[in-house]
Design a protein around this ligand. Structure first.
Ligand SMILES: C[S@@+](CC[C@H](N)C(=O)[O-])C[C@H]1O[C@@H](n2cnc3c(N)ncnc32)[C@H](O)[C@@H]1O
Length: 218
């Protein structure tokens, strides 16, 4: 897999010559997206991302159950070219989907892909581009494990407390890259910043775990 740390910080938007099409199936639809080198998994839908997207409940249903349709905000943390954010937006076209990454090339591709698919609710921004008062009804992520534990933990402690009351986060992590120890770490460290949160495992498949964090109903 192409999850190398140098992809995270270096790339500028790709030129037309560098961009290419990729046919993928997202939210039950066959779509064409644009990808480029210098971002995570540009050649295919990453296996971990596939496991995540097969595990999460359809976002439209989640938001309908919360009566949070058009006003809802949701987050794809570490969006890459956007498979997770685009799936969220296809499932819940009235929601505001924050697609967050530190890689400008990835963000540019997400914007292009959202426009191509007519998904006007997608906001592709760097971490500081999300207004402080936004709380997320759902947070889906294939997080950048390879940035190292310290950076990963910092990132999770920054974003998980921003779940709305009753909001749910799903994080896919490779078992042999520390999914189980991350789950234990979350149980231990989330309480001070998100009191009453429940941490569990939603799925285990193909060498990946999908961890689930549920914020208290408030
Ligand atoms: C494992 S990749 C997943 C990409 C995409 N969601 C997918 O499924 O193909 C993790 C992503 O997190 C991004 N990332 C790294 N550090 C980050 C940070 N501090 N905040 C947000 N995203 C970050 C990387 O640039 C990379 O695109």
């Amino acid at each position: 897999m192409s999850d190398e740390p140098d992809h995270y910080f270096t790339a500028n938007p790709a030129s037309a010559a560098e961009r290419r099409s990729l046919a993928v199936r997202l939210a039950g639809r066959d779509v064409e997206v644009e990808v480029a080198s210098g971002i995570f998994s540009p050649g295919r839908l990453d296996l971990g991302t596939q496991v995540l997207l097969r595990t999460v409940p359809p976002l439209g249903d989640v938001l309908a159950a919360r009566s949070a349709g058009s006003g809802a905000h949701v987050l794809d943390l570490g969006c890459g070219w956007g498979p997770v954010a685009l799936t969220m937006a296809l499932d819940a076209p009235d929601a505001t989907v924050w697609a967050v990454d530190v890689n400008e090339r990835a963000l540019d591709l997400v914007r292009r892909n959202a426009e191509r698919l007519g998904l006007t609710g997608v906001r592709a921004v760097t971490p500081d581009g999300v207004p402080d008062d936004v709380a997320f009804a759902a947070l889906w992520s294939n997080p950048p494990i390879r940035v190292g534990k310290e950076a990963l933990h910092e990132m999770l402690l920054r974003w998980l407390p921003r779940l709305a009351p009753g909001g749910v986060a799903h994080l896919v992590v490779q078992r042999n890259l520390g999914a189980d120890s991350l789950q234990r770490w979350l149980v231990e460290h989330l309480e001070p910043v998100l009191p009453g949160a429940a941490v569990g495992r939603a799925a285990s498949a193909k060498g990946f775990r999908v961890l689930e964090v549920t914020a208290p109903a408030g």
